[in-house]
Write a protein that binds this ligand. Structure first.
Ligand code: F6P
Length: 537
């Protein structure tokens, strides 16, 4: 049970047992207008939630909860810079990065504008050849070194916007596993490669290790120390650490403590997006996100797309027993979306303590996973259709797919619609028996039966453009925030990540010297001893 008032919780529990006794197909039979009544549009996105296990009464109760929590008021506070990240005493102003509430926050916005102007100068200079590599060659490749929020967002967007009009090839190095960097750099030429070290804190082990190795790669490849400034940029709040690392201050682009890492692709962390896709594309991405911000700010509860998405998650996870939430983009260009959303939703709302510091007994963020359709259909969809774990899902698709083979694109769409329909209708006992009988194998009937009624939404846009992508990402950001309010958790801290970092630092020392190994627990000590033995020179 969440922290919603007992009256609403009782009403929702009653609605859930009423609806669990029906199928979603029953709901369609009861209400012929269901698709129109349960569809919304915002900022170029179309949401059809008619296949959620929901009726108007249950939706009204959920909307009552949203009002009780004053989700609209909380969102306005967020966008106007209230310090809602209470454990770090900070605002979370990613919306300002796309100009939302710029008039209210004129001082901070002038910093944002200055940063955008500097970014644009850089991007124009690289694209026009005004800025070149040390040997005078044009840059052909840009490498982003970062992790978490300093990697996943730009990586996902560059993949989604990649096409033959790309300005520079974009590459990403994230893992401290040396194979990541070695594989990416193996095909690149130091003379034509620009490297951006993205780290809000400039203390992250993976990023600093990779930045050091990338710099060695540049110098070994003929870039003199004096010319490194032409090839290496940084994006950070920690200018001192970047300077200590050897990056010139004028090659550093700012971040602010009021932007969370997983919400930062709209800042200079998105430089690689602009270098890859062009400045116009980056601006359109910001504009699309701003359109979703304005929608979320000004649209009444019942039509507010991100708010509805949050309410469905509350409903499915807390009342209908969904254990996980699956994101299924029917677009190869969105193949990185689920990974990005994993950090956004699970780092934001995967908390066990509420805003008052009390333990929460109910699940908070659902486990989010997924991958591009149709690939998953030949892998884990078996569990979705016939397994006994409850889930909810978003199926996402662009209606058009650029200038591609229409026949293949039609097959992709047919698969998306087929899966959505199969999630809903399943296969009844009677149909399973008929199928088994037609194969003269009546004993197989139980194997052919599928429950269906898996709650999911369809989310589509005309095409994946920078603007629709910006709106889509912002919709999920706001869904995450609204859900955090319903769960009464802080969406903007990540104390859980710190634990592993602290222990990691201790163990790194132990692996270097062997000292202190006996103080570890026996299992970790045995693994560490095995590692030391295997790596002894
Ligand atoms: O994974 C934890 C985390 O702190 C994320 O929140 C953040 O996005 C990532 O590390 C990278 O941090 P930084 O940008 O400071 O290197």
């Amino acid at each position: 049970m969440t922290e919603i008032g007992s009256e609403a919780a009782v009403a929702l529990t009653a609605a859930a047992s009423r609806l669990q006794a029906m199928t979603v197909s029953d709901l369609f039979e009861q209400d012929a207008t269901r698709v129109a009544a349960f569809s919304r549009k915002a900022a170029g996105l179309h949401l059809d939630f008619s296949k959620q296990r929901l009726d108007q009464d249950a939706l009204n109760t959920l909307l009552g909860v949203a009002k009780q929590f004053d989700l609209s008021g909380a969102f306005k506070q967020l966008t106007e810079g209230a310090p809602l990240n209470i454990t770090e005493r900070r605002a979370a102003l990613h919306t300002l990065l796309r100009g939302t509430a710029a008039e209210t926050l004129a001082t901070q916005y002038s910093d944002v504008r200055d940063c955008l102007a500097r970014m644009r100068l850089l991007v124009d200079a690289v694209h026009s050849g005004g800025r070149r590599g040390h040997s005078g060659s044009l840059f052909s490749d840009v490498v982003n070194i970062g992790i978490g929020g300093s990697d996943l967002g730009p990586r996902m967007v560059c993949r989604a916007l990649d096409n033959e009009h790309r300005r520079l090839r974009a590459h990403f190095i994230s893992n401290v596993d040396p194979h990541d960097l070695d594989t990416v750099l193996a095909d690149l030429n130091p003379a034509t490669t620009l490297i951006i070290v993205c780290s809000k804190t400039f203390t992250t082990e993976e990023t600093l290790t990779n930045a050091l190795r990338a710099r060695q790669w540049l110098t070994a490849g003929g870039v003199s120390h004096a010319a490194l400034a032409q090839h290496v940029l940084a994006v950070t709040t920690n200018l001192d650490a970047a300077a200590e690392f050897g990056i010139d201050i004028d090659q550093c682009y700012p971040m602010w403590d009021w932007v969370g890492g997983r919400y930062s692709l709209w800042s200079a962390i998105g430089l690689i997006i602009a270098l890859h896709s062009g400045w116009g594309a980056f601006e359109a991405l910001l504009a699309g996100a701003n359109a979703m911000d304005e929608h979320a700010l000004s649209t009444p509860y019942a039509d507010n797309m991100p708010m509805l998405l949050a309410l469905f998650e509350l409903w499915n996870t807390h009342y209908l027993g969904a254990e996980t939430h699956v994101v299924l983009p029917y677009s190869q260009r969105l193949e990185k979306l689920a990974e990005f959303l994993q950090q956004l939703t699970m780092e934001s709302n995967g908390k066990r303590v509420n805003l008052e510091g009390q333990t929460i007994s109910a699940p908070t963020a659902p486990v989010l996973w997924g991958s591009a359709g149709t690939i998953g259909q030949h892998s884990y969809y078996q569990l979705l259709h016939q397994g006994n774990r409850e889930f909810s899902a978003d199926l996402i698709m662009p209606l058009t797919n650029g200038d591609v083979d229409l026949d293949a694109h039609r097959k992709l769409a047919a698969n998306a619609f087929a899966q959505s329909r199969a999630f809903m209708i399943g296969r009844s006992t009677e149909d399973a028996q008929a199928l088994a009988a037609s194969r003269q194998q009546p004993e197989l009937a139980p194997h052919f039966e599928m429950p269906g009624s898996h709650p999911h939404s369809l989310l589509w846009c005309d095409a994946i453009t920078p603007a629709t992508l910006g709106a889509l990402i912002a919709a999920y950001e706001h869904k995450t925030f609204f859900l955090s309010r319903l769960l009464n958790v802080n969406a903007f801290d990540q104390w859980g990540v710190e634990l592993g970092k602290v222990i990691g630092r201790q163990i790194r020392g132990i692996l270097e010297t062997g000292d202190g190994i006996d103080a570890l627990d026996p299992s970790t000590a045995a693994a560490a001893r095995a590692w030391i033995t295997a790596n002894r020179a």
